[in-house]
Ligand binder design. Structure first.
Ligand code: C2E
Ligand code: MG
Ligand code: MG
Ligand code: MG
Length: 291
């Protein structure tokens, strides 16, 4: 019933006991100040292909609360969505990530890879979204063809017309769209076919226990086949073990992301460790047929 009323923001309420409400308000008012106080920062997690090349980095938001310490995005992102704070926060994330990426690539500190930024449906469906993306691209000079926006399906089926319009506009700019947490939402084949999307990110719940869970194997297989027939790139997120990697590769998945390579890292550590991500080549290579 919760999702009928408009998505995970309401689910969040439902999960809270009444005595937790003041707590929620405190956290929300703290989040309101977090941007100005410089408590938000970004981590980066590489997405690597079978050759060991970093094709993209996913940008993941972090909040260090002055008293509580690290607050998980799964806790504060729903709050930000519900309160509307996700709009200014999302703009900050995109601008900051674009500037960081430009710094890396313009000084040729790092080779080229794409930037993959999460966008909440609340942001994506906001009337101002395209304007704000255009403004950030223009102000930073970021190449839209280096940008991937990750969107979860959520309640997008309730706003199909608007979603299609925005997706087409982003596509015109050369921005790629990834469907995040793929397999957990409402996509139907027939709808996906009509949308300008480029990437499917298989949700990590399907990547788990691939050795023992034949249902997961079938799901991953189906997504990969679907991706191939629709000319979409398929990535697997949350890859933690060599076994999972080898299974995924055997099934034809060519791009992976997960703790096996590295957890998300602060910018400095991302740069420092960048060349080790590619050193994963020995594992990736070992998993390649004939490798
Ligand atoms: P997501 O977009 O699906 O991001 C992937 C999540 O999986 C991240 O959690 C990442 O740290 C985690 N992860 C990566 N590799 C592994 C692995 O091998 N094993 C496991 N167990 N987890 C792994 P995180 O950073 O806690 O973010 C949670 C969610 O919060 C994200 O899920 C995304 O939906 C949202 N989020 C994070 N940053 C932003 C943001 O800047 N904007 C928006 N709108 N949402 C964000
Ligand atoms: Mg994501
Ligand atoms: Mg996401
Ligand atoms: Mg995901």
């Amino acid at each position: 019933a919760a999702k009928d009323r408009g998505g995970q923001t309401y689910m969040f309420y439902d999960q809270l006991h009444p005595e937790q409400l003041p707590e929620r308000h405190m956290l929300e008012s703290d989040l309101r100040k977090a941007l100005d106080r410089g408590e938000l920062h970004l981590n980066y997690q590489p997405i690597v292909d079978v050759e060991g090349v970093v094709t993209a980095a996913e940008v993941l938001l972090r909040w260090s609360h002055p008293e509580r310490g690290f607050v998980s995005p799964s806790k504060f992102i729903p709050l930000a969505e519900e309160s509307g704070l996700i709009i200014p926060i999302g703009e900050w994330v995109l601008r900051t990530a674009c500037l960081q990426h430009l710094e890396w690539t313009s000084k040729q500190e790092l080779p080229h890879f794409k930037l993959s930024v999460n966008v909440s449906l609340r942001q994506f469906l906001n009337h101002d979204f395209l304007t704000s993306v255009d403004r950030i691209l223009e102000q930073t000079g970021f190449n839209p063809e280096s940008l991937i926006l990750e969107i979860t399906e959520g309640y997008v089926h309730k706003h199909v017309e608007q979603a299609i319009f925005v997706l087409k506009q982003l596509d015109k700019r050369g921005i790629q769209i990834a469907v995040d947490d793929f397999g957990t939402g409402y996509s139907s084949l027939s709808r996906l076919k009509t949308l300008p999307i480029h990437i499917l990110k298989i949700d990590r719940s399907f990547v788990r226990h691939l050795q023992s869970d034949s249902t997961n194997v079938s799901i991953v297989q189906a997504v990969i086949q679907m991706g191939q027939s629709m000319n979409l790139k398929v990535m697997a997120e949350g890859v933690e073990t060599v076994e999972e990697l080898m299974q995924l590769q055997a099934l034809g998945c060519t791009q992976i992301q997960g703790y096996l390579i590295t957890p998300p890292l602060p910018a400095k550590e991302f740069v420092a460790q960048y060349h080790q991500f590619a050193m994963m080549d020995h594992i990736l290579g070992a998993a390649r047929p004939g490798g």
